[in-house]
Design a protein around this ligand. Structure first.
Ligand code: SF4
Length: 180
């Protein structure tokens, strides 16, 4: 099915994202340095979820996976914090971003079939991930973080005309959808 990406961008903003832009998959560079940051385990999800390293596959496998997608959009939620230490506010903005991201992913799958969704954190589709005992429960819905794929998010934003840093008291959460 042909996709009118400009229309998808309008729909993404209507769905609740602050901003959305066409993403040229050629600008996606999977970098081992970014991927290596996951092993520092600052988020506590390393080796705990099928969407995170090492469960999400090697960088080469992620590259192979991305190479099957020829078009995309990048989406962003920008929110205001009370001050730079407003952790609760940040969590709320992230929750809102994830909710819109997952709902819009379902809409896109219904319309366009197979898509690759890369989000801003570990997969939260199931209450508890089956990793490592059993295979992923819903592989077609699994969402890896862009960073888990080795993507430097600020770089992709810049190359696709999207802002990244909005000042001390603003925070931005970014994700993308890729189409075949
Ligand atoms: S879909 Fe469920 S089992 Fe699969 S990675 Fe996500 S949380 Fe884990």
């Amino acid at each position: 099915m042909s996709i009118d990406l400009n229309m998808v961008i309008i729909e993404a903003k209507e769905a609740g994202f602050t901003e959305a832009a066409i993403l040229d998959p050629e600008t996606i560079n999977l970098m081992p340095e970014v991927r290596d940051m996951c092993s520092a385990n600052t988020c506590g999800q390393y080796d705990k979820n099928w969407s995170c390293p090492p469960g999400c596959g090697t960088l080469e496998e992620c590259r192979e996976n991305v190479s099957g997608f020829k078009r995309g959009i990048i989406v962003q939620t920008v929110g205001e914090l009370e001050d730079e230490w407003d952790f609760e506010g940040m969590v709320e903005i992230e929750k809102g971003h994830k909710k819109v991201f997952m709902k819009f992913a379902d809409e896109l799958r219904t319309k366009y079939g197979k898509i690759l969704c890369l989000g801003d954190g570990p997969c939260a589709v199931c209450e508890e991930c089956t990793f490592p005992e059993k295979p992923c429960r819903l592989p077609e819905k699994k969402v890896s973080a862009m960073e888990a794929y080795g993507i430097l998010v600020s770089d992709v934003c810049k190359k696709n005309g999207l802002g990244y840093y909005f000042g001390r008291c603003k925070v931005a959460f970014i994700s993308c959808y890729l189409f075949e």
